[in-house]
Design a protein around this ligand. Structure first.
Ligand SMILES: [Zn+2]
Length: 203
């Protein structure tokens, strides 16, 4: 198991993953190989087709494969019987979506309240940029420079899943915190940007 390498698959992303590679190698002391790949993540509508996606990752058996994709995807939750947008999925392969980082965790409540009150008036498309400007810093938007920091945490969660079976941590200041709100995500990955005492010790 110890000899397994981490493969980072860059699926249609313009992002340079070399800093992410350096972070993983420093943190987990394991070699990381970056591979470019096209259209690896397959969806039906928004719903992830995991079987087809897995088939696109040939080395999945002998490595820890992590796909970083632009594609937005959702999974079906058998518990609440609903489809949920995802920023990441820990599995073989693990999948992290850049669009999912923007779309899946909830934005501040003010954003949805404004959207709700303005949608019926037809003014939302004019007002949305103003609301976004007002809430700037409290959520991640497309092409946000902070996405790299967020990726460090989501990739760490995938690697902890491979190494220990448990990707998440309950401590909010830990990079393994499973954030459902953008503000929590920013807190865990940027304001804190560290691992808790327990996970630092494991590392
Ligand atoms: Zn932790």
């Amino acid at each position: 198991m110890k000899s397994r390498k981490i493969y980072l698959y860059n699926d249609n992303c313009s992002l340079n993953l070399s800093k992410l590679k350096a972070f993983i190698e420093n943190t987990f002391k394991r070699p990381v190989i970056i591979k470019r790949i096209k259209n690896a993540v397959v969806t039906k509508g928004l719903l992830l087709d995991f079987i087809k996606t897995k088939k696109n990752i040939p080395e999945a058996k002998n490595s820890y494969p992590i796909i970083i994709t632009k594609r937005l995807f959702a999974t079906f939750d058998t518990f609440d019987k609903r489809i949920h947008l995802r920023s990441s999925l820990c599995s073989y392969p693990s999948i992290i979506s850049l669009s999912g980082i923007v779309e899946a965790p909830a934005k501040p409540r003010e954003y949805y309240l404004a959207k709700q009150s303005l949608s019926s008036t037809g003014l939302w498309e004019f007002e949305e940029p103003k609301i976004k400007e007002k809430l700037r810093g409290r959520f991640i938007d497309y092409d946000d420079k902070r996405i790299l920091e967020i990726l460090k945490g989501l990739v760490s969660q995938a690697i902890f899943f491979y190494l220990t079976g448990e990707p998440f941590c309950k401590v909010k200041k830990c990079r393994l915190y499973n954030a459902h709100w953008q503000e929590d995500l920013i807190y865990s990955q940027i304001k804190s940007g560290k691992f808790c005492a327990k996970h630092s010790k494991i590392l």
